[in-house]
Design a protein around this ligand. Structure first.
Ligand code: PY5
Length: 309
């Protein structure tokens, strides 16, 4: 398998072997980092790689960083420029996943956020499917989602992914593909690494941003597409049993894309096959991320023909 050769680390693009942190690093000890997942999609006809909603991802990274008092000497424009440069150095001609991580880099004992040096690393790897294709079998997790007053889910904090990992592995060990996690109020929050959508009576429903979810960029994309297609959308609290009664359920995320859920807690969702609302949105999404839909082309940044080159 092709792999990556470079990483942006300590202010420079270097061979990935040189991009190493010490065991004493604060973020390694306490989970005090924030990260992003960004995808770039290969368009074979145009021989071009398109980064999807890169500015929005870096804007979210900087918002996450501000929650943890991680100060970076880079703005959104700088991070976009560095990412394009990194992808060009890699000469990728396939779908890739870009992972920026901003973190507390000081090498001293002490659990805190203030008065510690920060740094950012960025790498990108070839990437295909994150979840099994054709339909997900999910379970409602016995783990609850992290609360805003404990570890804010809205900030994409590395340490908070212990919560996701516990839920994901519980589901895997029980024979399912993915976990659906409730918040402390007992209402549906999201998947282990995806937002969640339901269709009931033709209305597309997703939990609100105050339900201890990550404010997903794919979630925002799907809401935008649904509105453009004339599909009614409701952002509102979702009960567990609505998962069992929905006509359709699907998950959304950068890594997962749009993934239909066909079974939850061993109950068949809808017809047990990807539903019509999902299928419409999914087909459009798969085209637009590769720059094939002029209306949404502004979301796609070309890597090789970019004017910033
Ligand atoms: N909720 C959680 C907990 C997530 O980790 C993610 C993304 C999402 C929702 C979806 O957000 P977005 O649409 O902005 O990607 N998860 C990461 C991803 O890259 C990490 C996966 C390993 O998809």
């Amino acid at each position: 398998m092709a792999r990556n050769r470079f990483a942006f680390f300590r202010g420079e693009i270097r061979p990935v072997e040189e991009a190493k942190i010490s065991v004493m690093t604060s973020a390694f000890n306490y989970g005090t980092g924030v990260f992003e997942g960004i995808r770039a999609f290969w368009n074979a006809e145009e021989q071009e790689l398109f980064v999807f909603r890169m500015r929005e991802h870096y804007a979210r990274l900087l918002r996450s960083a501000s929650v943890l008092l991680i100060d970076l000497p880079y703005g959104v424009d700088d991070l976009c420029r560095i990412t394009l440069e990194l992808l060009r150095r890699e000469e990728f001609r396939e779908d890739v996943y870009i992972r920026p991580v901003a973190f507390k880099a000081s090498e001293e004992i002490g659990v805190r956020l203030h008065g510690l040096a920060s740094d950012i690393a960025i790498f990108a790897v070839p990437f295909k499917a994150y979840l099994p294709e054709g339909g997900i079998r999910a379970m409602v997790s016995s783990w609850r989602r992290v609360e805003d007053n404990a570890i804010p889910a809205r900030a994409k904090i590395t340490g908070a992914y212990v919560n996701s990992a516990l839920a994901k592995t519980e589901a895997y060990l029980a024979g399912f593909d993915e976990a659906i996690v409730l918040n402390e109020d007992g209402q549906v929050a999201e998947g282990s690494a995806e937002n969640i959508f339901l269709v009931r009576d033709g209305v597309l429903i997703t939990p609100p941003v105050t339900a201890n979810i990550l404010e997903g960029i794919t979630r925002d994309t799907v809401i935008t597409l649904a509105r453009d297609l004339g599909i009614p959308v409701a952002e509102r609290p979702v009960d567990r049993t609505e998962l069992y009664l929905a006509e359709e359920v699907f998950l959304t995320g950068t890594a997962a894309g749009l993934a239909p859920v066909v079974e939850i807690d061993r109950r068949t969702v809808g017809t047990g096959k990807p539903g019509p609302v999902f299928t419409r949105l999914h087909e459009l999404y798969e085209r637009l991320v590769r720059g094939k839909e002029p209306r949404y082309r502004a979301w796609c940044t070309p890597v090789y023909s970019s004017p910033a080159r």
